[in-house]
Design a protein around this ligand. Structure first.
Ligand code: SF4
Length: 457
């Protein structure tokens, strides 16, 4: 038995024999065509078929995984339709006399390489998308079946994995994957997390050596265990069963709170994304009620991001004085609006990563914006969330960032944001910190705290 450390791409545990999946972009033979027009026609025909296949993939992902994730395949259609890409392929065929397959392959590698060299994670991701789109074309122009193994294999190992391949693996019932290269923000990782496909990357060495070898992929700790012994397999089976039980409990809590609190609205008052961003900044160490008292006058004085960016910090402080920490908060609000103009074109960004770059914005506020404004999956970990999910027994920690990760693994993504809003309502009405009213609580049948203290009542 041996352990190899990597980095988690997607949480969960997968166990099975490894199927090594060879290079994602096949080597394409080059030959000189003597009929460039015929080759070009072949390319155009393949382009239409590729677009139709990608559209089907888009529809499948939208229906089975989620709308956000499906957009990846719309991007692939746009890449194939991109005028620069098409011109490059056309030039390769008509002027360089390349066969259609090689013309596409060459264009993808050359354009992709430009993105690969840029020091920006988002643009590097474009490289994978370009290669993936080109692969769809190559599968049509030069069909070669890639060996997905037989059903005695259940986890994939590869140098790296493309988004469309991630979906294919799931369709072929593979239960996880491990790669040499990848990143948590790449589209394959996003899809893997959405499909609950455990995945680990950053493993050094030649993974083909492990073809057929029984392996555990530990997506929680970002490692793989090669040829585990019986005790290790049993421990992981127990861990997997425990996680399943926690998921069931979390789902039950979601259902019970939905019944108890049909409305799951944020109690801060706002009319646009910027106002919510500012109101949540003010709400730190302050009640929502107090924030709602000061924001009408504040938003009347400063009507948009430009007004705030140009504002005098001391004057902003006078409007928000009663919210506490007014000096820091007013300084953050003005700096935040200046950064919104300088870096984000004056709009409030839609990802936790971008939002947390703004002065004074932590993961709690960022998640609230992402969930409430943009309707994306979000987990807002505040004091109510930490306390109630801990009492329920979903975790035993106090660290907000770690709790966010745990809850993301347990909650259905489309329900997580409203679940957190309902926890706030429940924390105020029933599960308060000092004297929880357990006997009248809708969650008592699934609550560890209640189970351990019921004899006291
Ligand atoms: S049973 Fe008690 S401790 Fe558990 S969630 Fe309800 S109020 Fe909180």
């Amino acid at each position: 038995m041996s352990e190899i450390k990597g980095e988690s791409l997607s949480e969960g545990i997968a166990m099975g024999r490894i199927c090594f999946y060879s290079d994602n972009i096949v080597d394409v033979a080059r030959y000189e065509t003597d009929d460039a027009e015929r080759e070009f026609e072949r390319y155009i025909k393949a382009l239409e078929t590729a677009k139709s296949r990608l559209q089907k993939l888009y529809d499948y992902v939208k229906e089975n995984i989620g709308e956000d994730e499906s957009v990846i395949f719309q991007t692939h259609i746009m890449i194939l339709e991109d005028s620069q890409f098409r011109k490059k392929v056309e030039n390769n065929i008509k002027n360089c006399k390349m066969n259609a397959e090689f013309a596409v392959y060459d264009a993808a590698l050359k354009i992709g390489e430009l993105f690969k060299q840029i020091d920006d994670e988002y643009l590097k991701q474009r490289y994978c998308d370009i290669i993936d789109s080109a692969n769809t074309m190559l599968e049509i122009l030069d069909p070669q079946t890639k060996d997905l193994g037989d059903d005695t294999y259940s986890v994939i190992a590869a140098k790296w994995i493309l988004p469309s391949e991630t979906v294919k693996f799931r369709k072929n019932n593979f239960c996880g994957f491990v790669t040499n290269q990848g990143s948590r923000n790449c589209h394959s990782a996003i899809l893997a997390r959405s499909m609950e496909l455990p995945a680990v990357t950053g493993i050094k060495g030649d993974l083909s050596e492990f073809n057929g070898v029984y392996t555990i992929i530990d997506g929680y700790q970002g490692k793989i265990i090669i040829e585990p012994d019986d005790a290790t397999i049993a421990a992981y089976e127990k861990l997997r069963a425990d996680k399943e039980m926690l998921k069931e409990k979390a789902l039950k809590a979601v259902e019970l709170l939905e019944k108890e609190y049909p409305e799951a609205l944020c109690s801060l008052e706002y009319t646009d994304p910027l106002q919510l961003l500012i109101a949540t900044r003010l709400a730190a160490q302050c009640t929502d009620e107090r924030v709602n008292k000061v924001t009408p006058a504040l938003f009347e004085r400063y009507k948009n991001v430009h007004d705030f960016a140009a504002a005098d910090v001391d004057e902003v402080g006078k409007y928000i004085y009663s919210c506490g920490f007014y000096k820091t908060k007013s300084r953050d609000i003005v700096a935040m609006c200046q950064m919104l103009i300088d870096e984000y074109n004056g709009t409030v960004p839609d990802t936790v990563e971008k939002l947390t770059k703004l002065p004074g914005i932590g993961r709690k506020t960022a998640n609230l914006i992402v969930g409430d404004i943009y309707g994306k999956p979000a987990v807002v970990v505040d004091t109510h969330c930490i306390r109630i999910t801990g009492r329920l027994g979903l975790h035993k920690i106090k660290d907000a960032a770690k709790i966010e990760t745990i809850l993301r693994g347990l909650l259905p993504p489309e329900k997580s944001n409203n679940f957190c809003h309902r926890l706030v309502l429940h924390g105020r009405a029933v599960c308060n910190s000092r004297k929880p009213k357990c006997s009248e609580c809708c969650l008592k049948d699934i609550c560890d705290y209640y189970a351990s203290t019921a004899h006291e009542s």
